[in-house]
Unconditional design. Structure first.
Length: 298
């Protein structure tokens, strides 16, 4: 990959921040083993470091169970790149602000072979289907397809990344795999039994302690990422075509996907704010009262 170096990197850094260079952590979902995640996300880290003048370090977990535990416990991080349900959780519980998101919505596909596909969704009941573990969005989307716990596939959470599920189909170790759409598109020789509903694209969000100028520098860098042909590898590794501005309203309610996940607790209800007092008393039109008379009968 061609990286931004020399004078161009210095100009970008000077233009994006006037503050002293600092180090920030970027947390990502454990879609890969830690050693592989370092390779996948290094182009993005290099790009952000060169574009902003700051240093970015990757932070991930060994698996989704650990990731979910750390998220519930509010383990500190500066930035996070996650699917909609985790993004909304950080917004509502941890005070994060979404900066940019993948322009395309997220959709998960249940892949299988052409022969197995003839049986439809019911044809996979009792058979092996691979997915990343709960509470990954793929796992939760798979459960939405099979709501009856007595009529579900045998869900194998043995994949270390989304492509593992596809490899296990080809190896005869499973009959199906739940994968994100950007992975499904790579395998036209497999059949999608079902596509999930659309979810707002993965978002890059910032913690409340990140300075505003750093947020703006990261946002602008991500928004122009697709304009630089030399950074094509960054987008490929992320399974994205480009990033667009994100809005918290786009993710509102997405955390409800976590309701059936162990350890989830509903967000506390915020008390309604009292109506502001104006301090003004209503004016009485004395002229209007002039025509009112009280009468009594003897």
């Amino acid at each position: 990959m061609k990286r931004i170096t020399g004078l161009s990197a210095m100009l970008l850094a000077l233009a994006s921040t006037g503050a002293t260079a600092a180090e920030y952590t970027l947390t990502v979902e454990p879609n890969y083993p830690p050693y592989q995640a370092e390779q996948v996300y290094q182009p993005l880290l290099d790009y952000l470091s060169a574009s902003t003048g700051h240093t970015f370090r990757l932070k991930t977990a060994t698996n989704y169970h650990v990731y979910w535990r750390d998220l519930r416990n509010g383990v500190p991080t500066d930035f996070a790149f996650e699917e909609a349900h985790f993004t909304d959780y950080r917004i509502t519980r941890l005070g994060f602000t979404p900066l940019v998101r993948v322009s395309d919505p997220t959709r998960y596909s249940l892949l299988t072979t052409a022969d197995t596909a003839e049986g439809g969704l019911s044809g996979l009941i009792g058979y092996r289907v691979v997915s990343m573990p709960s509470p990954s969005l793929g796992y939760l989307a798979l459960i939405e397809l099979y709501r009856n716990p007595m009529a579900q596939p045998e869900i194998l959470s043995e994949a270390s990344n989304w492509k593992d599920g596809v490899d296990m189909i080809f190896a005869g170790e499973s009959e199906g795999a739940m994968v994100p759409n950007y992975i499904a598109q790579l395998y036209p020789n497999l059949v999608s039994l079902s596509d999930s509903r659309e979810f707002t694209g993965r978002a890059l969000s910032a913690a409340g302690n990140v300075p505003q100028d750093v947020r703006e520098a990261v946002t602008q860098a991500m928004l122009r990422l697709h304009e630089d042909p030399s950074q094509y590898e960054v987008l490929v590794e992320l399974g994205a075509t480009q990033f667009v501005q994100a809005d918290a309203a786009e993710y509102a309610g997405s955390e409800r996907l976590l309701r059936a996940v162990y350890g989830y607790k509903p967000a506390p209800v915020r008390p309604a704010e009292p109506a502001p007092e104006t301090g003004q008393k209503p004016e009485v039109d004395m002229d209007a009262l002039e025509g009112i008379r009280a009468t009594t009968e003897d």
